[in-house]
Ligand binder design. Sequence first.
Ligand code: PBG
Length: 326
Amino acid sequence: MDLPRRPRRLRSDGVRPLVRETKLHASDLIAPVFVDATADERVPIESMPGHERVPVDEAVERVREVRETGVEAVIVFGIPESKDAEGSRAWATDGVVQRAVRAVTDETDAYVVTDVCLCEYTEHGHCGIVEDGAREDPHMTVDNDRTLELLAETAVSHAEAGAEMVAPSSMTDGMVGAIRAALDERGFESTPIMSYAAKYESAFYGPFRDAADGAPAFGDRRHYQMDPANGREAMREVALDVAEGADVLMVKPALPYLDVVANVRDSFDHPVAAYNVSGEYAMLHAAAEKGWLDLQAVASESLLSIKRAGADLILTYFAENVAERL
Ligand code: PBG
C-alpha cells in the first residue's frame, strides 16, 4: 500500500516518549490543604474522598504528607473558629491560616500559597461585606470597594505569617491592585500575587463549599463571579489583573474552561494557572466508585489535558495521587 503519511510510525513504545509534547511533573502541581480551627481531629470531607480538614496542630504533618509525594507547593484554606459580618478572622494575627502558615513555613520546605477571600469567614458566606438590604434583595450584592481594604489586610496578614504567595479569589474589582499596594507598603514587595483572574460562577464548586464551609447563606455569586457563557470577557478580566500587577494568572474551573486557559496562554506571557476544582475531582471519584471509570487513568489524563491547553501550574486535589505515580 502506497501510504506516504503514517502518523502511527511515531506511536511505537520506543519513540512515544521522544515525541511527547506535554509532560506532567510533580513540580507543576499545587495541593490544596484545609485547616480547621474548630476541629480537634482530622475530619474526612465526604464529597472529596481522600481529603480532610485538619486541626491547626496537624497542618505541618499534613503538608509533610504532600511533600513526600514530590509535590512542592500547597495552597492553604482556613475554616475559622467563628464568623462575623465582615469576616474579621480572615486577617487576625492568630487566625487559622496565619497560625498554620507560621508553623508550616517554620517546619517544612513546602512553598506556601494562601487563598485570600472572605467567604469562609463571613457569617453570610459571601466573598466580602454585603450591601445593606442584600439579604432581602436578590439584585444586591457584595460592596466591592469596602471589601478591597479587608482583602488587602488579609493578604498582608498572610505574608506576615510567612506565606510565600497570595492568591486572591473573591473576584472583587481592583483586588489585585489593592493587595499589591498594601503588600508593597508593608515591605512585602517580593511576595507574588496569583490572581484568580477568570473565576466563573460555577456549579463545580459544590464539594468545596462543604469542605470549607463557605456557601452563601442567601443569594449566589453571579454578581461578582463570571458568567459561564462568557469567554471574551475573561480576556478583559485577565488584562485588568495584569495591569494591576498580577504575577500569575489563574483560570477556574479548569476542564470545562480549557478554551479560556488556551486563550489566556496565547494572549499573555505570564505564567498561567488552572484550578481543577472540587467538582471536577468529585465527579471522577463518583464514577470510579461505580466502576465506570479508571480513576488513576482519568486523573492523569485530566491534568495532562489542562497542561496541554496551556496551564503551567495546576491546583488540584489529585496532586498527591498523580505525583506519586510520576
Ligand atoms: C473562595 C474559593 C472557592 C474555591 C476556591 N476559593 C469557593 C467559591 O468561590 O465558591 C473553590 C475551589 C473548589 O471548588 O475546589 N472564594
